[in-house]
Design a protein. Structure first.
Length: 182
């Protein structure tokens, strides 16, 4: 497995990772009818627009199998939260093929995401996780993230879905360099 930059040809694969990831990770945490109605084609259309326009995402990463098949995806950029200092990073998404959860794919993507954020000089990385998603919370906690006290609730198909924000202080790159943010 290797982690590389996403290219436009990966958009449909990323949409499949996102949809299958939501359906597996959020079963029982979101309305099942909503999850069953997710469409790879519709998500690919949205992803293609996001990818072509950038829309705040600074880093899009693909974890690729030895055969060159995308098996995971992560993206990050500047934090979108108005209550945090300018300059914090946010991990917007991290998805792995459900059958590969626990094999190191997610860890590789998170490690590379953290390295990219450090290279750009971000002092912290934030992320949002569903409050009831115990597996994801354990994953991020093992990586050093901790809840920072902020919670929010999004409505999904008429149901409130509470989320918890996690934060991790980032150290500078080992060589002491600090690349520009951008």
């Amino acid at each position: 497995m290797r982690v590389r930059e996403m290219v436009e040809d990966d958009v449909t694969a990323v949409a499949g990772l996102r949809v299958r990831g939501w359906q597996a990770a959020y079963s029982g945490l979101m309305p099942q009818a909503y999850l069953d109605g997710l469409s790879v084609a519709e998500d690919a259309e949205r992803q293609r627009e996001y990818f072509s326009r950038g829309l705040g995402v600074m880093v899009n990463l693909i974890a690729e199998s030895a055969r060159g098949e995308p098996v995971g995806w992560a993206c990050l950029g500047p934090s979108r939260d108005p209550d945090v200092p300018a300059g914090d990073a946010e991990l917007y998404a991290l998805y792995v093929r459900p059958e590969l959860i626990g094999t190191g794919v997610g860890r590789a993507l998170l490690t590379e995401s953290l390295a990219r954020a450090r290279e750009r000089g971000f002092p912290r990385m934030l992320l949002w996780v569903l409050r009831e998603n115990a597996r994801a919370r354990r994953f991020y906690e093992r990586a050093g993230f901790a809840p920072d006290g902020r919670e929010q609730s999004d409505e999904v198909a008429g149901v409130d879905v509470p989320e918890v924000r996690y934060a991790l202080r980032l150290s500078p790159p080992p060589d002491g360099s600090r690349a520009g943010r951008g």
